[in-house]
Design a protein. Structure first.
Length: 367
């Protein structure tokens, strides 16, 4: 069972870590100040002052030591990733997962942190947050919406349900709406046929049992309609996912994403449509779309098609999911696009409600 640790309180110690790429030396104090402005006491990991090759915040050992220190220190109440980038997957086979399992802490990060979120979910039962990072989202672009979404999500009490809110109340879109209409029509026909058969059987029964049979038939009809509604208008599952490029890097390893009966979230930044096609196909061939209950898409900022600008990301997604019989929802303002960023609770129970016309979509979470 996934558990979400309590959010840090005013004055609590929060550990700052670079699990991936480095930051500039002059940004360290600025990052500390941001955390102080949030009401927490920053504890700076050694990784913040390290740089190897321009893309690693120190050796894997330095970053692992930071991570283990953060989880093992009882005074630390939360761990905030400072930046994404590259190389966090170097840590996967070095992490002491039992340590983390025994000392759960609130953990926030996304982008290159994707595979840490997934392994913490799957190996430690630790709920994490796909949310803003100190250097990437708070230093220069920490607007009111992103801040509110972040603080609201981490402070939400366990077992309390809340609704996903996009900036400016932006609507969500059911990409494969036509598939659902076809499914609904087919199932409505099934209901009618079941009702017809039931009525024929009813006529054959003795009169003294007619009233009882009608009651049973009414109950069966309501149950059938309830099943249709639950299967196609309300979908539930554990939320999991993150950056597309990272999701495919662990396929075939002990750290690959498990989408069985889950709701898969995907976002990306500055990748060619052709490369997105390749990665999505990799996920498909690995059975990840067959296993999941629904797919949610966040931002795909800067994802263009230099081969043919007329064939857009929307064109690709519509073609890719044209025969997909599960909900594919786009329009979640979560990912690399700035300044707005919705914080998502990875590992939480996610419920998707779709209205009878397939136009009004609402998403709820419960930790």
């Amino acid at each position: 069972m996934i558990k979400f640790p309590q959010a840090p309180k005013y004055g609590d110690k929060v550990f700052l870590i670079c699990t991936s790429s480095p930051i500039l030396p002059e940004e360290i104090e600025k990052c500390k100040q941001i955390v102080e402005n949030l009401g927490f006491y920053p504890v700076v990991g050694k990784s913040l002052s390290q740089n190897i090759g321009g893309y690693m915040a120190g050796s894997a050992d330095i970053r692992i030591n930071d991570l283990h220190e953060a989880f093992s220190n009882p005074e630390i109440k939360a761990i905030f990733c400072v930046k994404g980038g590259f190389s966090s997957s170097q840590l996967l086979d070095k992490i002491d997962y039992e340590l983390i399992k025994k000392n759960p802490k609130l953990f926030v990060g996304y982008s290159d942190v994707t595979n840490l979120n997934i392994t913490f979910n799957q190996k430690c039962g630790l709920g994490t947050y796909h949310g803003p990072m100190i250097r990437s989202n708070m230093l220069y672009d920490f607007n009111e919406f992103t801040k509110k979404s972040f603080l609201f999500a981490i402070n939400q009490k366990n077992r309390e349900k809340w609704k996903l809110e996009n900036p400016n109340s932006k609507k969500l879109n059911l990409l494969n709406k036509n598939n659902f209409i076809e499914i609904e029509i087919k199932r409505e026909k099934e209901v009618i046929e079941k009702e017809r058969i039931a009525k024929e059987k009813e006529k054959e029964k003795e009169k003294e049992r007619e009233r009882e049979n009608k009651k049973k038939e009414k109950k069966n009809k309501e149950q059938i309609k309830k099943e249709i509604k639950s299967k196609f208008r309300e979908i539930q599952g554990e939320l999991i996912g993150g950056n597309l490029s990272l999701l495919v890097t662990t396929l075939g390893t002990d750290y690959e994403i498990d989408t069985k009966d889950k709701i898969l979230f995907i976002e990306e930044i500055e990748e060619e449509i052709s490369r997105i096609d390749r990665m999505m196909t990799h996920l498909k061939l690995s059975g990840k779309f067959d296993d999941c209950r629904a797919v949610l898409f966040g931002n795909f900022d800067g994802c263009e098609n230099t081969y043919d600008p007329n064939y857009t990301l929307d064109d690709f997604l519509n073609n890719f999911f044209k025969d997909f019989k599960k909900p594919v929802i786009t329009g979640i303002e979560c990912g690399h696009k700035k300044p707005d960023l919705v914080t998502l609770p990875l590992g939480a129970e996610c419920t998707i409600n779709i209205d009878k016309n397939f136009d009004n979509i609402k998403i709820y979470f419960k930790k």
